[in-house]
Design a protein around this ligand. Structure first.
Ligand code: PMP
Length: 426
């Protein structure tokens, strides 16, 4: 990013104005939080119907759901999500309340047991690594860190990860056992994987025979506009290219119904599903089928799910639009920031001039505006260019959000102009 050429005098005026604005902002003693992508109370109210107790806890096939069992989850709920997650019902499992838990379990199961197609447990390899498209989701990186999995950053593009880099690393390095992907409205930059990227992921040769794509489709139905993005069918393409066991698909209703009170899904090839059930059968006697039933009764079918997501979009679209409008008014044409205009998902990524992200987040904190720590979008919290900031606009009320984003823009102007002046002087 190149800041627009300005004279030292102009820059000094801008810097001084930004200093005054920041001082005025700090004096307001705000307490605003843009850190995590959480649904707002207004969004959670959309699912209030979920709390009405089911008439009788009986599934479509007559099973009494108040008892143990049913490790695969309710077939009628799996049917509702089968299309959205692009997994045939019989290969899709409905599990507990968190897809992140399922990703954690998938890694632990692969560390402690041999995967279909694998030669040994991952824990018996001298070292294993995952490809990490960056910017990416901090909790994916935290899982790798926790479990001793090396992280290899790969640049993200607006079409998905840089596939030339992915193909080379996957083909050359047998330590590379997997890749993290958020294929639709990715966290944080809202990218939608192109058909070509998905096909190449499915088809590419890998040095590790038990390579897995962790396909975290967390935002599969979270469209903001009227033209939902579509991604290619990874599971189908993997099978077509002779790599049927390559994909692990994850999803959840965390940002559909209740975050932390929803249902998570795992989908994969028949062999992987059998392997998974073998592992989970030791861990659990069955998921919370009562919550699954509540979801079936509340969402009804795939159309009901779509309709429900339109109501979410109606609540959060104005928030995304407000962020774009304010950033445009405050920073447009200054060269001090670039930002994404996602078509769905939960985040906006702002890129500030290199070396400024940490300072902007610190200045915002001084003014009572909490932002996701700079660097969180990179493995080990290290953004080598110190440039990327993730904005989560969904949780605050509209008026608070607008104050917070205007304040954030002030911090970008302050840090950016100070940096430019220092460069001029230096
Ligand atoms: N994956 C991604 C990409 C996310 O952004 C989130 C939530 N921030 C999750 C997973 C967490 O999902 P869950 O609540 O199902 O654990």
């Amino acid at each position: 990013m190149t800041a627009h050429a300005s004279t030292i005098d102009e820059l000094t005026v801008q810097r001084d104005r930004a200093r005054q604005d920041h001082a005025a902002l700090a004096a307001r003693e705000l307490k605003l939080d843009l850190t995590r992508g959480k649904p707002s109370p207004q969004q959670l109210d959309l699912s209030a119907g979920l709390l009405e107790s089911p008439e009788a806890a009986v599934s479509a096939d007559g099973t009494d759901l108040r008892n143990y069992g049913g490790l695969q989850g309710l077939p009628e709920l799996r049917a509702i999500f089968s299309d959205a997650l692009q997994v045939p019902v019989e290969q899709l499992l409905a599990a507990g309340n968190s897809s992140l838990e399922l990703m954690h379990d998938a890694l632990v199961f692969a560390l402690l047991g041999t995967l279909p197609g694998g030669q040994r447990r991952w824990v018996d390899e001298p070292q294993i690594a995952f490809l990490c498209p960056v910017p990416g989701y901090d909790r994916h990186f935290a899982l790798c860190e926790r479990l001793g999995i090396e992280m290899i950053p790969v640049p993200m593009t607006s079409d998905g990860p840089d596939m030339d880099v992915v193909e080379r690393l996957a083909a050359e390095d047998p330590r590379v056992k997997g890749i993290w992907c958020v294929p639709k409205y990715s966290n944080p930059d809202g990218a939608v994987y192109s058909e070509d990227a998905v096909r190449r992921l499915a088809a590419m040769p890998t040095a590790a025979p038990d390579f897995r794509i962790f396909w975290d489709n967390a935002y599969a139905v979270h469209h903001l506009g009227d033209e939902p993005a579509a991604i290619a069918d990874l599971l189908g393409l993997c099978a077509e290219h002779g790599n049927p066991d390559r994909a692990f698909v994850f999803g959840s209703t965390s940002k559909i119904t209740f975050a932390g009170g929803g249902v998570a899904f795992f989908g994969s090839s028949p062999a992987n599903v059998q392997w998974w059930l073998g592992c989970t059968a030791k861990r659990s006697i069955g998921p919370d089928k009562i919550n699954q039933l509540r979801h079936v009764r509340f969402l009804r079918d795939a159309d009901g799910l779509r309709e429900h997501m339109r109501r979410h979009a109606a609540v959060i679209r104005p928030k995304f639009e407000a962020v774009d409008k304010i950033l445009n008014a405050e920073l447009g044409g200054t060269g001090l920031a670039e930002w994404t205009r996602p078509e769905g998902g939960y985040f906006i990524t702002v890129r500030v001039p290199a070396g400024c992200a940490r300072a902007v987040v610190a200045k915002a904190k001084e003014a009572g505006i909490a932002l996701t720590p700079a660097g969180a979008t990179h493995p080990r919290g290290d953004d080598p260019l110190d440039q990327v900031i993730r904005i989560a606009p969904t949780y605050p009320e509209q008026s608070e959000l607008e104050v917070a984003i205007a304040g954030f823009a002030t911090c970008v102007r302050l840090v950016g102009t100070e940096k430019l002046l220092a460069e001029h002087e230096g």
